[in-house]
Design a binder for this molecule. Sequence first.
Ligand SMILES: [Cu+2]
Length: 192
Amino acid sequence: MTLQAFRKQSASSRLFRSFTGIEQRIAIATLAIGLLFVGVDAARAHEFKIGAIEIEHPWSRATPPGAKVGGGYLVIANDGDSDDTLVAATLESAGRTEIHQMSVDNGVMKMRPVEGGIAVPAHGKAELAPNGFHLMFMDLKQPLKQGEKVKGTLTFAKAGTVDVVFEIDAIGAMPKHEHHGDGDMPGMKMEN
Ligand SMILES: [Cu+2]
């Protein structure tokens, strides 16, 4: 190796070393920021899991004083290779909970109990939302208040029973579809 080549090499290795230092710091900072966002996202997404079943954002609407019923909404994802079925649910502040479906009968919107529960196909999803499948909380012991979190359970034919928490949103609130990238930010939830 010539002296010149040696000087060049050591110069570039010094340069490389200093780059490595900066890049490591950038990488660590990026990782830290990434973890922060993962944390925020997980908190916002509000998920529960049992076996192959993942429950995304169980929520309900605030109820007016004296109301005896409320609706329960959530998205169920089945990561497994076999179909499952949501067969029952409970809410701490409800006397009982039914699984309902909205349907149009002679031009009139009606809801009725679903026989046999809601199917969650293998590698598929089931969505419970206003105007479709939903949980019907009956005999509410007290009104559901916006901002509250109310404990409940969901029971699946195969995966079993999982504890969940329903977040109570505003009266008339609609699904937020947080997983579809519509750009809503943490802290920008609708308040009234
Ligand atoms: Cu109903």
